[in-house]
Design a protein around this ligand. Structure first.
Ligand SMILES: [Zn+2]
Length: 340
């Protein structure tokens, strides 16, 4: 039965591709695919197929399989997970399809609020985790805690632009850091990261962003995707350095910021308490990506959202109040990184 099906299949192939000379026996493609498209050089396609290797029963792609200039976020390599259906054989005759992409769309950065040993213990033994943990021991190790293909529990209730529950679509990096303490005035005082930690995070982020083709708009702080709940990694995390020295994440252009600053000064000084101005600022924050509902009021959610925006893009002063510089930077960013 199997052999007769093969012969039928082969004859369909020969019938549909009579103009092709270089046809291998094993290069059969479904009739529809061949008949709808322009003539395909099947032999050339076979030759380009990425090499699959097998190690301890696990199959791996060793090269990228897709053209990212034609399909957004489709580069693919690494281990292949397949079903083992009882009584049947899964074959990869038609593997891989072009129409696929990675589930990993975001890179989210955190701090642990715990020392090194406790960070490992909590992130491996309790109901929270991250794909990677960057210690503060000054060595050259980065700990992997979760397979990149699996969800780790780092983001919680979260949203950015049209996406929600970012555990489903992100890679999480935790960095050992004690977090903040509030001073007598209630201001949050944060602790710096070491240079070694930043070098590790930058190298790791670069590798992840390149492999999954993660866009700059999707490299974010935990506080960006959960502004009313989270502060990490806080205003001392050097986002500008990552952008300038490693081309990771978003940053505004200073010259563009300057084009907005005069008007921003006027608006902030004359319209600060006008609901229509509050609404415009809230809409700009929402457009940029924050999960904020514009209502024309400087309410707690809005202040918290401005504060986390300042952590990321204007860390010199993070009081949660929209001043002219913060407002100009937000507008410059919206111009540079529009929603597609
Ligand atoms: Zn976090």
């Amino acid at each position: 039965m199997r052999k007769s099906l093969y012969i039928i299949g082969l004859s369909v192939l020969v019938f549909s591709c009579t103009s092709q000379k270089n046809i291998k026996k094993n290069s059969y493609r479904p009739k529809t695919a061949v008949s709808q498209a322009k003539p395909v050089n099947v032999a050339a396609v076979e030759k380009q197929k990425p090499h699959v290797i097998k190690d301890h029963g696990v199959e791996f792609f060793t090269t990228n399989i897709a053209d990212i200039t034609k399909n957004d976020n489709t580069a693919s390599y690494g281990s292949i997970v397949s079903a083992k259906p009882a009584g049947f054989k899964v074959v990869k005759t038609y593997f891989p399809a072009i129409a696929q992409n990675f589930r990993q769309k975001y890179l989210i950065l955190h701090y642990t609020v715990l020392p090194d040993d406790k960070s490992v213990e909590v992130l491996t033994k309790q109901n929270v985790s991250a794909h990677y943990l960057v210690n503060n021991l000054g060595d050259n190790e980065i700990y992997q805690l979760v397979d990149e293909n699996k969800r780790s529990y780092h983001a919680g209730v979260s949203a950015w632009r049209a996406d929600k529950n970012l555990n489903d679509t992100s890679i999480g990096i935790e960095i050992v850091n004690p977090g903040y303490k509030s001073d007598a005035t209630g201001k949050k005082i944060f602790q710096p990261f070491s240079d070694e930690q930043i070098k590790k995070v930058a190298a790791l982020a670069k590798d992840i962003v390149m492999r999954y083709n993660i866009p700059p708009t999707n490299v974010l702080a935990h506080s960006d995707i959960a502004p009313t709940r989270k502060q990490d990694p806080g205003p001392l995390f050097p986002w500008k350095k990552l952008y300038d020295e490693y081309q990771i994440g978003m940053w505004y252009d200073e010259a563009v910021k300057q084009t907005f600053i005069v008007n921003a000064e006027t608006e902030v000084s004359t319209k600060y308490n006008e609901p229509s101005f509050v609404f415009v600022v809230q809409t700009a924050l929402q457009k940029f990506g924050y999960d904020l509902f514009p209502n024309g009021k400087w309410d707690d959610a809005t202040k918290r959202t401005i504060e986390v925006f300042q952590y990321h893009f204007r860390p010199q002063n993070y009081d949660g109040v929209i001043d002219a510089e913060t407002w100009a930077i937000l507008q410059a960013l919206n111009q540079k990184y529009p929603v597609k």
